[in-house]
Design a protein around this ligand. Structure first.
Ligand SMILES: [Zn+2]
Length: 439
């Protein structure tokens, strides 16, 4: 009995200690209240006027009407003349690509001429660029020969060494022999490759295991590689991984609770991507009606990355020029089909393929230009991307419990979606990174 009382007292003291250790932090975290002229919360289809967003620490505590009481001592951020949204999510980036000019060596120069320190410095620049444009989360789909650098850049951001968005990194990506650059060099040379190349299900699973071991949040696979226009004028793409190889990768990723993003243009490679259980189709230039139905059934996300296919077309009468035009022609049809089928379309730019000095938000006007409403386009870069990333309610939304990733623009993006190309306020993880509206 004595012992039992003693144990009870010890437990009480321990319990009190735990409470003491936790509660001061919770109470003392600074309260910031953002006064939002208009709030687009990322999930609701209705805009709300004159709202107060209470941010404590790095989370949203509550959202209230503008007339609500603001506690003394709170820091007030006046965005009453602005439209406030959740931090944006770009679901397809490459922080380790530099949008190399083909005239200056293009993709190959990035791997052959730039050392890892230069590439890391450029990736650091890319992360700052993303954040200052209001992209508080990115899914970075492959380091293009920079190994596991994305996971280390992510670590540098998380420890506060450099500014940058939340990163979901895919590390090295996986393709097959003959399925990725560098290519076209003397066969005697053992050239470095921008992705990890595998042949056979055993090697495929091993590559997935290596990447997951070293911190991959997603696995990225190439299901198609080269593309061209055939004699009938149809876009054709070369399939890479077999169904068995892809299934080994997907099965391995599932075991780690991770997902698989598949680069796929069309044809056989696209079909294998769907039959193998890919979670997201990247680019998806040409998707048949049956494949759209299969994506709807399987809950596959669609990340179309429209913008990069509109720049730098080769002359119309060349094979490359025909291919460039065929790509956009079928892509537009696929996008509209996906829209009509209410697939989960997620915003992605493939930036890095384009220079990081370009606007990431340019993708919004491409999506809206192909028939998406501005609200739908905004949700593709907020709550819908969050769903794909298994972060529903935590990012891509301004609501109680969510991370305080909040941006603002002057003007109304529902009337003119290009206003999102000029984000004026960025709060990331509860800290204000940029505020051009405080004048
Ligand atoms: Zn890409």
């Amino acid at each position: 009995m004595k012992n039992k009382i003693l144990v009870a007292i010890v437990l009480l003291i321990l319990g009190a200690k735990v409470i003491l250790a936790q509660s001061p932090a919770r109470v003392s975290a600074q309260l910031t209240v953002i006064r939002a002229g208009t709030l687009l919360d990322g999930t609701s289809n209705a805009e709300r006027k004159n709202q107060l967003i209470f941010v404590r620490g790095n989370r949203v505590e509550k959202v209230a009407e503008g007339s609500a009481q603001i506690p003394a001592g709170a820091t007030i951020v006046d965005l009453s003349a602005a439209t406030v949204l959740p931090g944006l999510i770009d679901s397809h980036t490459h922080i380790f690509l530099w949008g190399e000019d083909p005239a200056k060596g293009g993709y190959d120069a990035n791997i052959l001429n730039a050392g890892i320190a230069l590439r890391a410095a450029r990736a650091t620049f890319a992360c700052r660029r993303a954040l200052e444009q209001g992209f508080t989360t990115i899914r970075d789909l492959e380091t293009e020969g920079a190994g596991y650098g994305d996971i280390e850049i992510k670590q540098a951001i998380e420890e506060g060494t450099i500014p940058g968005p939340r990163i979901f990194g895919a590390t090295r990506a996986i393709s097959t022999t003959g399925g990725y650059n560098l290519e076209g060099y003397a066969p005697e040379l053992d050239m470095p490759k921008g992705a990890q190349l595998v042949d056979g299900p055993v090697e495929a699973r091993k590559a997935a295991r290596q990447q997951l071991e070293h911190g991959a949040d997603w696995i990225k696979v190439y299901m198609t590689h080269r593309s061209w226009v055939d004699k009938q004028g149809n876009l054709v793409s070369q399939p890479t991984l077999t169904l068995e190889e892809l299934k080994a990768i997907v099965d391995e990723a599932r075991g780690w609770g991770k997902k698989v993003a598949c680069h796929a243009y069309n044809g056989v490679g696209m079909q294998r991507a769907l039959d193998g259980g890919c979670d997201s189709i990247e680019h998806g230039l040409e998707i048949t009606d049956a494949q759209i139905a299969q994506m709807a059934k399987q809950g596959t996300s669609y990340c179309p990355t429209i913008s990069p296919y509109y720049g730098d077309w080769a002359p119309a009468d060349t094979p490359g020029g025909k291919r460039d035009r065929a790509r956009t022609a079928v892509h537009e049809v696929s996008f509209k089909k996906a829209l009509n089928a209410h697939l989960r379309i997620v915003f992605g730019t493939d930036i890095g393929g384009m220079p990081w000095t370009d606007s990431m938000a340019q993708e919004f006007k491409r999506m809206v230009g192909l028939g998406m409403t501005p609200m739908d386009a905004i949700q593709s870069a907020t709550s819908r991307a969050a769903e794909m990333l298994d972060m529903k309610g935590e990012i891509g939304v301004v609501a109680p419990g969510a991370f305080a990733d909040i941006v603002a623009v002057s003007g109304d993006p529902l009337k003119d979606v290009t206003t999102l190309e000029h984000v004026r306020f960025v709060m990331h993880d509860g800290t204000i990174f940029k505020n051009d509206l405080a004048k």
